[in-house]
Design a protein around this ligand. Structure first.
Ligand SMILES: NC(=O)c1ccc[n+]([C@@H]2O[C@H](COP(=O)([O-])OP(=O)(O)OC[C@H]3O[C@@H](n4cnc5c(N)ncnc54)[C@H](O)[C@@H]3O)[C@@H](O)[C@H]2O)c1
Length: 260
């Protein structure tokens, strides 16, 4: 049962919404009655989703947004407001999780992950809240962190550091934006299978032995918690990071290996 939006005019903007977890978030929010701005660097895929959703219910529109570029964020947020109305909910989902051993990490690889996962999220939060203050409306933000914020693995130093930063960014912005009626929370997914081959059968079998729930996660597992966090049911939840990992972090075991 999806959580309903505060008003029927609520507009939710989701970044990286064309595929994977972002797509599921867009679908669940649309089903709950939100009008959804489906933003992604991959605008063709975003348009396909927007067309499918708009055919069955509230308005959904696609916008090309590269979250690494502050200028893009400013112009797209303005465009969404002009075409769909004030944005009341923001879900910062766009993220990269490449594998790069630290001994060979390049500056470009490091910057790409940080610019997308951390800098992009910050400037989306800023643009959203500037508009909320200007329009005198309350709102909520959810940032997609990761269990990698709390548990290291080889080959993901940049990713883990960016997501750990995102958890603290979430708490910092909750402190600053609370006074303006904007709540800021995070969700930290465990291993989520997103349709593309991001999980091999062998890895899944090995990984699920460390998950009390005995399975990997689905995008819908994450979308339902995001949906809760932006709903009035979570009105007193602020600056929090909810781990959604089937219990993986409760009993993780140390894996030691060389990365190259
Ligand atoms: N899948 C998992 O196991 C998992 C686990 C923990 C956290 N997460 C986090 O969840 C989020 C979504 O992950 P996913 O598995 O669905 O990834 P995905 O690769 O399936 O989808 C990511 C989407 O972001 C878009 N994107 C990439 N760079 C962008 C940019 N610069 N600007 C705008 N859009 C951009 C892509 O086009 C894509 O549509 C990420 O932040 C990821 O770190 C995923």
């Amino acid at each position: 049962m999806p959580f309903k939006p505060m008003t029927s005019s609520s507009v939710a903007l989701v970044t990286g919404a064309a595929t994977g977890i972002g797509q599921s978030i867009a679908e669940q929010l649309h089903e709950a009655g939100y009008r959804v701005a489906i933003t992604d660097i991959n605008v063709e895929q975003a348009q396909k989703l927007a067309q499918r959703l708009s055919a069955s219910g509230a308005n959904a529109q696609a916008f090309k947004l590269d979250v690494r570029l502050q200028s893009d964020i400013q112009s797209v947020f303005t465009q969404v407001e002009r075409e769909m109305g004030p944005i009341t909910m923001l879900i910062n989902n766009a993220g990269l999780y490449p594998n790069h051993p630290s001994l060979e990490m390049t500056e470009t690889q490091w910057d790409d992950v940080f610019d997308t996962n951390l800098k992009g999220t910050f400037f989306c939060c800023q643009a959203f809240t500037q508009a909320a203050v200007r329009n005198n409306i309350q709102g909520a933000i959810v940032n997609l962190a990761s269990t990698s914020a709390f548990s290291a693995r080889p080959g993901a130093a940049h990713y883990a550091a960016s997501k750990a930063g995102l958890v603290m960014l979430t708490k910092s912005l909750a402190q600053e934006f609370g006074a303006y009626g904007v709540r800021v929370n995070a969700v930290a997914p465990g291993l989520i299978e997103v349709g593309k081959a991001n999980v091999s059968t062998a890895y899944r079998d090995q990984f699920t032995t460390m998950v009390p729930s005995g399975r990997t996660g689905t995008p819908a597992d994450i979308a339902s918690v995001v949906s809760f966090l932006i709903s009035p049911a979570a009105d007193y939840v602020n600056g929090e990071c909810i781990v959604v990992d089937g219990g993986f972090l409760t009993g993780r075991t140390l894996q030691r290996s060389k990365t190259s």
